[in-house]
Ligand binder design. Structure first.
Ligand SMILES: Nc1ccn([C@@H]2O[C@H](COP(=O)(O)OP(=O)(O)OC[C@H](O)CO)[C@@H](O)[C@H]2O)c(=O)n1
Length: 367
């Protein structure tokens, strides 16, 4: 049932034209033609790779919490290797890779293998010799403290990312969040958000943001197990411990970044582990205060796309103003004979996502 819902959501909301239905694997799926085809003859301005929810662990295959999806913990490393090999062989070398969070699985903590697993995946990524921008997800916080992450290989804020010459809005906060922005090419900017800035896993007592997060959760979820959603259906499901949100400080910073980007007539891609558009994900995976980010995106013409992970089934939605909300399919729930990664070719008027395996090709025209 859940699977059908995701297939439907993924397919019906893309910018393509619905042309028919057919039955596949006992489930109805919609079939679409895209309004524009990939055009390989034009040289892109730059390209980048995208991959999400690798969740590597050196353990036997398992299942998600509901036992509806198989998880291939060891094989996820092989899929990462294959993605990396493909990126290295691209005619135009990707300028960077966006790793959308949950690079290793929380099970590593149980087996005291967090450091080793992280070293394994980071070494695999390093073989590509392509700069990687890391996003932090819930599984990062199952394995490491925020301080540990700040001084780990997963802190890509320390890579220059082409932002040295840019004006970077500053923040007053005493509680550091993991956010930054970079400009890989003139007129393009990428913004990395911290979706666990407010959360019960990304913040610890006695931090102010931890208590603020506890207050939010207590207002919405009365369950003893806070990983259990407060309602079986609908948007309120998002108030679970494995999600989080954006602090006011982070939102103020984002407002500053987007205002500058508007002034410079830039195209902005925002990335976060948690999706922010209800039509691009199962609501159980939404950021707690997703509305705040959505209204900010609506107020800034520079934003062209929001990319996230977390919902391993993926999702996609283009809103009324033409902003694309892409949730990338997770590597961890991808069978060994398939793939889950993409390469994005960036042009003056569009981005073309070339998907592999479960990730569909998409033409993302700018609004
Ligand atoms: N109803 C639930 C769901 C999950 N849990 C526990 O919460 C933790 C996180 O769950 P997990 O499925 O591992 O999180 P992922 O980030 O891998 O996936 C997110 C979405 O589910 C993907 O669609 C974990 O400890 C679960 O056991 C729970 O208690 N109750």
């Amino acid at each position: 049932m859940l699977k059908f819902k995701h297939s439907f959501r993924n397919s019906c909301v893309s910018e393509g034209r619905l042309i028919g239905w057919w039955a596949k694997g006992g489930k109805l799926q919609s079939r679409l033609t895209r309004t524009r085809k990939m055009d390989d003859s034009v040289q892109p301005l730059f390209t980048f790779g995208v991959i999400a929810d690798i969740q590597y662990a050196d353990i036997e295959d398992g299942f998600n919490f509901k036992h509806t999806r198989k998880r291939y913990y060891r094989n996820s490393l092989k899929l990462l290797r294959r993605a990396n090999e493909k990126w290295r062989k691209e005619a135009v070398q990707p300028s960077f890779i966006l790793q959308l969070g949950d690079i290793i699985d929380g099970f590593n903590k149980k087996y005291d293998a967090s450091e080793k697993a992280l070293e394994t995946v980071v070494n695999e990524l390093d073989k590509g010799e392509i700069e990687v921008h890391h996003v932090w997800g819930n599984h990062e916080f199952y394995n490491f403290s925020r301080d540990d992450l700040m001084s780990s290989a997963l802190n890509s804020k320390t890579t220059d990312g082409g932002m040295a010459e840019d004006v970077v809005p500053t923040r007053e906060s005493t509680e550091e969040s993991y956010t930054y922005h970079f400009s890989p090419a003139p007129h393009f900017r990428f913004v990395v958000l911290d979706a666990y800035d407010l959360s019960l896993i990304g913040r610890k007592e006695p931090s102010e943001r931890y208590y603020q997060s506890l207050e939010i959760m207590q207002a919405h979820n009365n369950n003893d197990d806070l990983n259990h959603p407060p309602v079986p259906k609908g948007l309120e499901q998002r108030f679970v411990k494995f999600n989080g949100g954006f602090s006011q400080d982070q939102l103020d910073w984002l407002e500053g970044v987007l205002t500058l980007a508007d002034e410079k007539l830039e195209k902005v891609v925002i990335v976060s582990h948690l999706p922010v558009h209800p039509n691009s994900t199962d609501p159980i995976c939404l950021a707690w205060n997703y509305e705040k980010v959505l209204s900010m995106i609506r107020a800034h013409k520079s934003v062209v796309c929001f990319m996230a992970g977390h919902d391993h089934d993926g999702g996609y939605y283009r809103d009324a103003s033409g902003v694309h909300y892409l949730t990338l399919e997770g590597v961890i729930e991808t069978p060994p004979d398939s793939e889950a990664f993409g390469t994005v070719y960036v042009y003056e008027d569009r981005m073309a996502l070339k998907g592999n395996g479960r990730v569909a090709d998409r033409i993302l025209m700018y609004p």
